[in-house]
Design a protein around this ligand. Structure first.
Ligand SMILES: [Zn+2]
Length: 329
């Protein structure tokens, strides 16, 4: 049937009508807010390139988390800035590590009970060189070692689960980490803790502002020998296949907006719960435009999130979580 018998505008005439036929919805429970936890007390240091996002000491992080819980946000993704860094990322798996300490505090708060606490698992915030794994050097040449990194990553995941993480989320992109983490969790009595794998994480310029937030910029080289080439969709599917075979319970796609096609392809192919991470650069880019008055903040924010949901993500990790939850009421 064609025009004039079919008039698609009939269903767009009022907000009530549009609401009735809306295909994609956002809700606060499917938003996850990242927190950057730093040492000290009463520390609340804004990240220059990410307005409204802070490095928070544990006491301040508790307040931020309580605000998230009150808004009905689904969960938090925790990153740590340790007091000291070294070649072996000791702070990542130390029992009194910064995120482990925060998790124990959070678990003691009744107000935070509705939040799913997700611990990012990686070494880059904890290594002195800022790479996500162990570095082997030979003169000018260096290599990010896979298997020795995986051993430390698995140890980190087990330690975070023991401290109270509800989900562990490896973001390192080493081969074989999901299986190693699953084994370490099971051996450590955390067999009920799911692994959310950053299965297809692309080497992206859009992570720039995060490196200021997490103080994790590599001191030399880049991450292209472990993170994926942005040109490769089929390889992303192979990464996901592998992580599922190794026991991943959920997937996280990263970044979101420049890779919506990858999210869509994964949604069509896999039945695992899947989230997408609207990364720091996506947030900063929009905020830069807001500051100049070039984009309408609320509408642009909600449209960016809706695009990620429509592409197929069940949930979204976003620095807009609090602002969006307020809009969604
Ligand atoms: Zn990393």
């Amino acid at each position: 049937m064609n025009f004039p018998s079919t008039r698609l505008r009939r269903l767009r005439r009022t907000e009530a009508m549009r609401s009735l036929v809306r295909e994609t919805h956002l809700h606060p429970g499917a938003l996850i807010y990242p927190l950057f936890i730093c040492p000290g007390e009463s520390v609340r240091k804004e990240i220059g390139s990410m307005p409204g996002v802070f490095n928070l000491s544990i006491d301040e992080a508790v307040k931020e988390a309580e605000a998230c819980a009150a808004l009905g946000i689904g969960g938090l993704l925790l990153f740590g800035l340790p007091a000291e860094k070294d070649e072996q990322a000791t702070g990542a798996w130390a029992e009194d590590g910064i995120v482990q300490s925060a998790l124990r505090k959070f678990k003691n708060s009744r107000a935070l009970a509705p939040l799913v606490l997700i611990a990012d698992v990686c070494l880059c915030e904890y290594t002195s060189h800022g790479h996500c794994g162990v570095v082997a050097r030979d003169g000018d040449h260096y290599e990010i070692e896979n298997d020795s990194s995986v051993a430390l990553i698995a140890k980190t995941a087990a330690s975070l689960a023991k401290a109270g993480a509800d989900i562990v989320a490896p973001s390192d992109m080493m081969d074989g980490r999901v299986e190693a983490i699953r084994d370490a969790l099971d051996v450590g009595g955390s067999e009920q803790i799911p692994v959310m794998s950053y299965a297809s994480k692309f080497a992206s310029a859009f992570y720039g502002p995060f490196r200021e937030a997490a103080d994790s910029a590599p001191q030399f080289g880049d991450r292209r020998s472990y993170q994926m080439d942005g040109a490769n969709l089929r390889e992303a599917m192979r990464e996901i296949d592998q992580d599922i075979a190794e026991g991943a319970d959920m997937l996280l796609m990263k970044p979101a907006m420049p890779y919506l096609d990858v999210i869509r392809a994964a949604r069509e192919r896999y039945d695992l719960p899947m989230g997408a991470y609207q990364v720091s650069g996506e947030y900063s880019m929009l905020h830069a435009a807001f500051q100049r008055g070039w984009l309408e903040p609320e509408r642009a924010m909600m449209e960016s999130l809706l695009s990620i949901r429509r592409a197929g993500a069940d949930f979204i990790v976003t620095y807009f979580a609090k602002d969006a939850a307020k809009v969604l009421g």
